[in-house]
Design a protein around this ligand. Sequence first.
Ligand code: PMP
Length: 457
Amino acid sequence: MMNDNAQNLRQSDLAHYMHPFTDTEALGKEGGARIITRAEGAHIWDISGNKILDGMAGLWCVNIGYGRKELADAAARQMNTLPYYNSFFKTATVPSIELAEQLAARTPAGLNHVFYANSGSEANDTIVRMVRYYWELEGEAQRQIIIGRNHGYHGSTSVTASLSGPHMHGQGGVPLPGFSHIAAPYLFGADTELDAEAFGIQAAQALEERILELGADKVAAFIGEPVQGSGGMIVPPASYWGKIQRICKKYGVLLIADEVITGFGRTGKWFASELYDIKPDLMTLAKGLSSGYLPISAVIVGDRVANTIIHKGSEFVHGFTYSGHPVSCAVALENIRIIADEGLVENAATVGDYLQTRLRDLKDHPLVGEVRGIGLLGAIELVQSKSPRRFFETKGEVGTRCRDHCFANSLVMRAVRDTMIISPPLMFSKAHVDELLEKARKALDSTWADLCANKIE
Ligand code: PMP
C-alpha cells in the first residue's frame, strides 16, 4: 500500500511539479524524487521509512532541529489571535515589532533597523533597491554598481542571480546591468604559492582594483557572505575581511554582509560578522531566523543608511504583502528564544570544533584533497589527484555520485561541484558527528570503488 502510494506520488510529482534547481527529465530517468515525510531532531524519514541523518539542516536552515512543538504552538497561538495583518499604511503587529527589537539587540552594534521580507532572495533584492535609493538621496545617483564575488550566492530573482557569481548567470536574461564580480578568497582552488595570510590580502585587493577600474564614484556597495556557502563552502583567510573593510571605507562603498547561512549560530557565534569583526552597513538574514519552520527574512539596516532613508528620504516605495507576517515573526521569536535559552550557539562552537577535528581524519582518504570548515560548517573537497593537486575534469559528477552514496548510507550531504558540504542542525551532538563521519567515509569508499571500476564517466 505504502509503496503504491509512493509510486503514485512520484509519478504525479514528475507530471506536475517543477522542482527548483532540478533537471526534471534526468530526475524521471533516475526513478523520481525522494519523498520526505517526517522529521525529528537531526533525522528525516522518507516515504519508504528510511531514517536519514540530515547533515544539511534542510537547506542550511533548520538550526534548532526538527520537531520543536514550541514553534508549532507559537504559530497556532498567533494564527488564533491575528493570522495576518500588514505593516503598510501606518500599521504594525505586536510580533513584528518585538522581533525587530530583538534583531536590533542581537545583531552587531550600529545595526538598529529591520526591513522584513520572506526569503533571502527578497531581502537581497530589497537591499539592492535600498542601497541605490540611499545614494540617490546622498546626491550620488550615479553610484549604481554593486560588486559581488565568483561563487557568491545571493538568491534566484533576476536581481539576486545577477548579484550572485557567474555560475548563476546565462539563463533568462541574467545578469542584469549594474553588477560586477571579483574572485573569491578560495585558496584551495587558486593556482598560487602564497600562504593563507598573503592570499587573503591579495584576494581582497581585487576589490580595490575593481573599484578603481569602474570608478569609485560609480560603485554603490560590495556584498559578500562572510563564509561562502552554496558556492562551495569557502572559508576566507583571517586577513581577508579586515582588508575588504579598509577598502570599502577608503572609497565610501557600502558593505553588505549576507548572513543568510552564517547567521544565528552556524559558525559558533550569533553572526559571522562577530567572528571576522565585520561592521557591515547592511546585513541579510533568513534561514536560521525561523529555523525554516516558516518563511521569513530580514534586512538589518545600519545607522548610516537608515538615517539617510528616514531623514532625507520620503516614502521607500517597496514592500511585500507578507513583510513582517505576524505568524512568521511569532515563530522567529520563539526560535530565537530556543537558540538563546538552550545555548545552541555555544553548542555549535563546541560540537563544531569536534566536527572540524573529526573531518581531518578523512584526509587520509585517496579522494580527499582538502577538508575545511568553521563551526558547524564543513566541506570535503574531492580531487582526482592529491599531489600534484588536480581537480576532476568531469566537474560535479564525482560529487553527485558521492551524494547518491550518502543517501544510500542514510546521510544527507550536499555536493557543490566535487565538494561535499556539511551544515547540520545546531543541536547536533558529538554522537551525531560520529554517525555522520562513519556514513561519510562509507560513501567516500563507495565513490572511490566506482572510480576504480571506471563506473563514473
Ligand atoms: N543568500 C545566501 C547566502 C544564501 O545561501 C541563500 C540561499 N541558499 C540566499 C541568499 C537566498 O535565499 P532564499 O533561497 O531564501 O531566497
